[in-house]
Ligand binder design. Sequence first.
Ligand code: ATP
Ligand code: FE2
Length: 337
Amino acid sequence: MNLKNNLTLGIESTAHTWSVGIVEFSGKVLSLVNDMFIPEKGGIHPILVKEQHLSNFMQIINKALDDASISIKEIDLIAFSKSPGLGPILKIGAHVARMLSQLLGIPIVAVNHCIAHIEIGRFLSKIEDPLTLYVSGGNTIVSAYESGRYQIFGETLDIPIGNLIDSFARDVGIPHPGGPKVEALARESDNYLHLPYVVKGMDLSFSGLYSAAKRLIESKDYENKYTLYDVANSLQETAFAMLTEVTERALAHTGKSEILLTGGVAANKRLQEMIKYISREHAVRFEVVPLKYAGDNGAMIAWTGILRYKSIGGNNISETQINPKERMDQITIPWRS
Ligand code: ATP
Ligand code: FE2
């Protein structure tokens, strides 16, 4: 295959966001356009998200092409997120990607979304071999590259950290995504209320913490003896201390000399501060994925597609089926071996 322009179109479609990134093989991002589903109330309803993505997908692709000042015929490679995520949403990305690949007669790469969060962080932060804390609405994973894979050293046993914060936010009337607003509330308080801190071995459990925080805002003492600012602060302090403890232990276990913080929750300044603190204690380098690329985005999918393509080529169409539950430690990483 003669790749004329070395341009990849990456499609992110695992949950709330339909995103298209156009990235050169060198890693230069030419354009990135996001279309995020924001529920009027409640959580993310897959049927409503699907409707939005189906209505807008071509418009977003065209906007990304326009922003990059290229025509679709100049694209050499299609990459899309095949896992993990919500089945009906993953399917839209897979169908559009397969259609474009066949229509244009160009290769396709099926990408694991979690690995893409790590790879974009590694690339943009110029970090070689980090221990990674990947924290988002759907995932809470401490991982590092070992024996050809991104091995998982610690993870949540129940709800993910972003989901914990978003659910708490919803309970107090803050619309999705609640993360940035809970962070702003927490900044206004130094008062710590006791909440359950649950670390089991290297894994974390946030569901008891969620229930306890909910009880605090339903209590007769709420807005009497303590405020929403205090509960938000206590929730963050407890959850982030748990994440920091597991990250620190994984650092000692793996002996890595760099830490990367990635995923949507990586935007949180208090979490960054806590991880930075342990990095200093252990004299290791600490990097946070640039904010624009912390959440779900098509550029990270394109870049991971490029890494795979440059190393072993594209996927056969039979390998492009979606896999809503795929774990990232199931996947071999040819570009790092
Ligand atoms: P994944 O599929 O990787 O689990 P996701 O669908 O949750 O990703 P992301 O965009 O990676 O999407 O992450 C979104 C999450 O990040 C939401 O839970 C949101 O509340 C959280 N978030 C965003 N900014 C902040 C912040 N400043 N503090 C805490 N959480 C934040
Ligand atoms: Fe994500």
